[in-house]
Design a protein around this ligand. Structure first.
Ligand code: NAP
Length: 226
């Protein structure tokens, strides 16, 4: 599968690239093609050193538009202030057969800690992912990976015993993201309903960050317990 990580030169991009490069063609997108190529080369060296001969995938870099054009799955690993404008600037070139994955969490700093800052659109409060889906129309959007620490993801030796809540309206697109999640050791994909549910998923991240700030629980994630 071809997976584009837009803004993949940053923290989340590194983690997802290193995890998926074992089996997939990962394309690192950047605002600067040269930076994308350079950083992809660094990730590739790390992935090869870790997986050795077991690695059948690869990592290469290019510009964000080029990465998006070549991919089956496009992950928005860009801060919330810039993620939507980046993908919307190329929306006419996207195809309904592609899948856009949003791990994007809109939040603001407050006195001590952070607060979730959902999107206000058409007089309705909605998640970042839902607002994006309204703009992208025929291209399915799936919300996932909001509560995974990029730092932990970037160490492929770490087994992540976490749950990944996933929301989306397109059944086939959700299935693809579920499979990609299962490929990351011990991550358990948990479908939590249509894209409307992304409002609750996105809100988990500021909660986790505040747990770190107020209660010193560092780099935590979430798991559903029974
Ligand atoms: N960090 C985490 O632990 C974590 C966990 C879960 C979800 N997330 C979500 O994942 C997304 C990425 O987070 P991150 O921590 O990886 O972000 P980041 O490292 O701060 O930035 C990622 C990349 O965004 C690009 N970028 C920066 N400013 C930009 C601009 N003005 N316009 C377009 N692109 C710009 C840069 O790539 P180029 O310079 O190469 O263009 C940068 O390397 C966020 O939406 C965040 O909410 C993060």
């Amino acid at each position: 599968m071809k997976i584009a990580l837009l803004g993949g030169t940053g923290d989340m991009g590194e983690g997802l690239a290193l995890r998926w490069a074992k089996n997939h063609e990962v394309i690192i997108g950047s605002r600067e093609e040269q930076k994308g190529m350079r950083v992809a080369g660094e990730y590739l060296a790390k992935a090869k050193a870790f997986y050795g001969d077991a690695m059948v995938g690869t990592i290469r870099g290019t510009s964000n538009p080029e990465a998006a054009a070549q991919a089956d799955v496009i992950v928005l690993t860009i801060p919330h202030e810039y993620a939507a404008s980046t993908i919307l600037s190329i929306k006419d070139r996207l195809k309904p057969s592609q899948i856009v994955v949003s791990p994007v969490v809109p939040m603001v700093k407050v006195d001590k800690g952070v607060m979730y800052s959902p999107i206000m659109k058409d007089n309705k409060v909605m998640s970042y992912a839902e607002a994006l889906a309204k703009e992208l129309k025929d291209v399915p959007v799936v919300a996932a990976y909001h509560a995974i620490s990029a730092k932990k993801l970037a160490d492929p030796a770490l087994v992540l015993n976490y749950d990944v809540p996933i929301a989306g309206d397109d059944e086939e697109a959700v299935k693809v993201v579920v499979r990609l999640t299962q490929e990351i050791r011990n991550l358990r994909p948990v479908y939590v309903g249509p894209l409307k549910s992304a409002l609750m998923i996105e809100a988990l991240t500021p909660l986790i960050i505040n747990a770190a700030i107020y209660s010193k629980i560092k780099d935590a994630s979430i798991a559903f317990v029974q």
